[in-house]
Design a protein around this ligand. Structure first.
Ligand code: EPU
Length: 431
C-alpha cells in the first residue's frame, strides 16, 4: 500500500449516529483460540483492521484454512489443515497478539516456535508471566536464534501471576484448556475480552470458570468441537468515539456498545461536565460548553483503561484548569503529548505522570502517530485544532481502528488520506 498521511480540517462538531465495531483485542485472542478446536469455527463481528489481516496471514502460514469476509465481518477458521508450529519473526513482530500463537499451538499440538512479539512501543513489554505459566503447566522453553520454542505435554497446575497481565491471563488460559487435569490461575486480569475469549472456548467445549474475576479455574478437556461465535463490541473504539464527540463539542449517539464496559470513562467524562447517557446498547455523548480538568489514573479493568488514557489526555489539553494523568500500566505512553505540544498543547511529563494545562485552542501542525492509541489521540487533537493538521504514520491507527476516518467523516469530520509526497523531489517520504 502506498504511504499516506491523514489530513484533518479541524473545528467541526461531530453530530449524528454510528455503530461500534467488533473488539480488536477480543478478536486477536479468539482467532488464535480457534486453533484449539477440532472442527471449524465461525467468528462473527470481526473488525476489518490490519492486525486481523496479519493474524490471517499467520494462520494461513501455519496451514489453517481461513475464509475471511471483512464486509460481512465474518471468518471461518478450519484448524484441521494445520501442518506447522512455526510463526516466523517477520510476521510475529508485526503485532503484539502474535504471542497468543504460543499458548494456542502449545495447547493444541504440544509445541510452538514463535518469534518475539511486536506491537506498540510503550516501553518494556516483557512476556515473562506468559512463559512462567507455560512452564508451570510442564512446558520447556528455550530461545532458539531469536525464536521462542515451547514444548511439552501439559498438565494442570496452580499459577499465581506476579502482576495483573491481560495477555498473560489469556495466553495461559489458551495453553491450559486441553491440558490434562485442573488448572487454577490467580491474580488474573478481568478485562471484558478475557471473559469473551473464555466464553468462546466454553462454547466449543472447554471448561473455564471464573473469567472476569481474579481467579480462573480450568478443567482440561481432551477434545474441543467447533462453533459459531460473535465477538463483543470494541470498548476502546467506543471510548475513542465518545471522547471525540466531547472534544468537538458535538452530539453523538453510538449503537451496538456495552455501556457497563464504559463505566470508568463515563464517570470521568461526567466529572468533566460532559453529558453522557446510556440505555441498553446505546450511548449518547453531548458537550455544549467548556469541560473541566480532572485527575486520572490508569488501572486494570474495571479501572480507567490505559488504552483510553491517550485519547482522553488529548481532550484534557483543552480543559479549564490543569489535569494530572498517571499512567500505571505502561512506562512510556505519553509520546502523543510531545507531538501535541507542536499544536499548542501545554503538557509537562515526568516519567509516568503528565500535568496538562488546558489551553483555549489548539492550532494545526504536522505530527507523527507514535503508536495506535497515540495516533487516535492525534486525530482527536486534529478535530479540535484550528487549521489543517497532517498526521504522518497513520498506519499505526489502521492496525486497530476499523476505518476510523470514514466513521468520523460520516459524523461531520473532514479527514482525508493523502499520499506522502516530498515537495522537493517527488519521492515518497519514509517516516
Ligand atoms: N507485563 C510483564 N510481564 C508479562 C506481561 C506483562 O511485566 O509477562 C507488564 C507489562 O509490561 C505492562 C503490564 O504488565 O507493564 C500490563 O501488560 P499486559 O500484559 O496486561 O498487556 P499486553 O498483553 O501487552 C494488552 C493489550 C493492550 C492493552 C493492555 C492493557 C492486546 C493485544 N494488547 O497488552 O492493548 O493496553 O493489554 O490493557 O490485547 C492497544 O490495544 O492499544 C493495546 C496496547
Amino acid at each position: 500500500m502506498p504511504e499516506y498521511k491523514l489530513v484533518i480540517s479541524g473545528g467541526r462538531e461531530l453530530r449524528g449516529e454510528t455503530s461500534v465495531s467488533g473488539g480488536k483485542n477480543t478478536s486477536l485472542a479468539v482467532i488464535p483460540a480457534a486453533l484449539l478446536a477440532d472442527y471449524p469455527c465461525q467468528i462473527e463481528n470481526l473488525p476489518d483492521i490490519d492486525d486481523v489481516r496479519v493474524l490471517v496471514r499467520i494462520l494461513r502460514s501455519l496451514g489453517a484454512k481461513v475464509d475471511w469476509h471483512p464486509e460481512a465481518k465474518q471468518m471461518v477458521i478450519d484448524p484441521g489443515t494445520v501442518t506447522s508450529n512455526t510463526v516466523p519473526f517477520a510476521l510475529s513482530q508485526k503485532m503484539r497478539a502474535s504471542y497468543y500463537l504460543m499458548g494456542a499451538l502449545l495447547g493444541r499440538y504440544g509445541s510452538a516456535r514463535v518469534g518475539y512479539p511486536g506491537g506498540c512501543d510503550l516501553g518494556s513489554r516483557p512476556i515473562d508471566q506468559h512463559l512462567k505459566g507455560f512452564r508451570a503447566l510442564g512446558a520447556s522453553i528455550r530461545d532458539e536464534n531469536g525464536m521462542i520454542v515451547t514444548e511439552g505435554r501439559l498438565k494442570g497446575a496452580n499459577i499465581n501471576f506476579d502482576m495483573v497481565t491481560v495477555g498473560g491471563t489469556i495466553n495461559v488460559m489458551l495453553a491450559a484448556v486441553r491440558a490434562e487435569g485442573d488448572t487454577l490461575m490467580t491474580n488474573c486480569a478481568k478485562e471484558p475480552h478475557i471473559v469473551d475469549t473464555a466464553n468462546f472456548l466454553n462454547r466449543i467445549g472447554a471448561h473455564i470458570r471464573g473469567a472476569g474475576t481474579d481467579t480462573i479455574r480450568i478443567h482440561g478437556v481432551s477434545r474441543l468441537g467447533g462453533a459459531s461465535y460473535t465477538v463483543i463490541p470494541d470498548q476502546i473504539e467506543t471510548g475513542t468515539l465518545m471522547i471525540a464527540a466531547a472534544a468537538t463539542r458535538g452530539d453523538v449517539t453510538l449503537h451496538g456498545c456495552i455501556p457497563t464496559h464504559m463505566e470508568a470513562l463515563t464517570a470521568k467524562l461526567l466529572e468533566m461536565g460532559v453529558m453522557v447517557t446510556s440505555q441498553d446498547d446505546v450511548i449518547s455523548v453531548k458537550l455544549r460548553q467548556g469541560h473541566r480538568a480532572i485527575r486520572l489514573s490508569t488501572q486494570e479493568y474495571p479501572g480507567f483503561p490505559t488504552d483510553l488514557q491517550q485519547p482522553m489526555s488529548a481532550l484534557l489539553t483543552r480543559a479549564v484548569g490543569t489535569s494530572e494523568v498517571i499512567e500505571n500500566i505502561f512506562e512510556s505512553r505519553f509520546k502523543h503529548l510531545d507531538e501535541m505540544r507542536k499544536m499548542g498543547a501545554k503538557a509537562v511529563i515526568n516519567g509516568r505522570v503528565a500535568h496538562i494545562e488546558g489551553v483555549p485552542e489548539l492550532h494545526a501542525a504536522p505530527v507523527y502517530a507514535p503508536d495506535l492509541r497515540g495516533g487516535a489521540a492525534l486525530v482527536i487533537a486534529g478535530l479540535m485544532a484550528h487549521g489543517t493538521t497532517e498526521i504522518y504514520n497513520p498506519e499505526n491507527i489502521a492496525r486497530g481502528y476499523e476505518h476510523l476516518e470514514n466513521k468520523l467523516n460520516r459524523l461531520g469530520a473532514s479527514i482525508s488520506r493523502m499520499p506522502c509526497v516530498n515537495e522537493v523531489n517527488g519521492d515518497a517520504i519514509r517516516v
